[in-house]
Design a protein around this ligand. Structure first.
Ligand code: IPD
Ligand code: CA
Ligand code: CA
Ligand code: CA
Length: 272
């Protein structure tokens, strides 16, 4: 089996090229190509073009691996490794010209299902700022080659937290109730608009914690590895990030944040 560090290098190289394309398209002007499940769930031509570029590059570099991306049909592989790709995470920011969006590329082994996969390597690249977050399983997490780590403990004044709101308006009332339950732990709350950056920022100690319901595998695959490799915890009521609740933080805050963010009826704490 190929070493995680080698997969990481492939993810970094392709994320950089994909990010440059996203940035170039952004500079030319972006229009919304379609809405998917609702008004916030948009896709631009650039989302599709960037995913196609990543897919092409992976086909050449790793022809036997599988592929799971947001904008195209999944493709099983034969090597046991699958690439989980969000070509542009934060498409609403991208479409509005807010420089908080990212290319997220992860390599996982086993079934391409967050409940059982092992994340091996990941890269989260924000091309607007030029920041590359990257991690390799068992080896650590870095921002542009410098080691990063989670905040071991939030300040006594409270935690700087981030969240997101799902695209389904039917869940907004529950999301707001969750925010109300969590606020007693918070110094302040951010809605950055790109789950991969929320997770990368937890890994880098820029945020103390993050919680959101309804993430897809490509939203969290690379970011969750960053958090774990930076010494943090990621999980949910079922113990893994997923379509239910995802919570990420340093170890000291995790259980309290998970308990506050969980639905009162959801099962209790898990190992994350
Ligand atoms: C979305 C962003 C957003 C989060 C949504 C995601 P997309 O991804 O990460 O911050 O709140 O849950 O779906 O659609 O911009 O790739
Ligand atoms: Ca999307
Ligand atoms: Ca996404
Ligand atoms: Ca996306």
């Amino acid at each position: 089996m190929i070493a995680p560090a080698e997969l990481q290098n492939i993810a970094i190289e392709i994320a950089r090229e994909a990010g440059a394309l996203a940035r170039e398209r952004r500079a030319e002007g972006v229009s919304i190509a379609a809405t998917k499940s609702g008004i916030a769930d948009i896709v631009t031509e650039a989302d599709r073009e960037v995913e196609a570029l990543i897919r092409d590059r992976l086909r050449v570099a790793r022809p036997e691996d599988g592929f799971l991306g947001e904008e195209s049909a999944p493709e099983p592989g034969v090597s046991g490794v699958t690439w989980v790709v969000d070509p542009i995470d934060g498409t609403v920011n991208y479409a509005y010209g807010i420089p908080s969006y990212a290319v997220s590329i992860a390599a996982v082994s086993g079934e391409p299902d967050p409940r059982s996969w092992r994340a091996l390597a990941g890269a989260v690249f924000n091309p607007a700022i030029g920041e590359m977050f990257h991690a390799a399983r068992g080896e650590g997490a870095w921002l542009d080659g410098k080691r990063i780590s989670v905040n071991p403990e939030p300040s006594e004044a409270g935690a700087l937290l981030a969240t997101g709101f799902g695209y389904d308006p039917a869940t907004h009332a529950a999301d707001l109730a969750r925010v109300a339950r969590v606020m007693p732990l918070a110094r302040d709350l951010r809605r950055i608009g790109a789950a991969s950056l929320d997770l990368a920022f937890v890994a880098a100690g820029r945020l103390d914690g993050y919680f959101e319901r309804g993430l897809h595998p490509w939203d969290h695959a690379a970011g969750a590895l960053l958090v774990v490799e930076a010494g943090g915890r990621v999980g949910g009521p079922d113990g893994v990030p997923g379509r239910g609740l995802t919570v990420a933080s340093g170890p000291a805050l995790f259980d309290r944040l998970l308990a506050a963010a969980s639905e009162p009826a959801e099962p209790g704490l898990s190992n994350g």
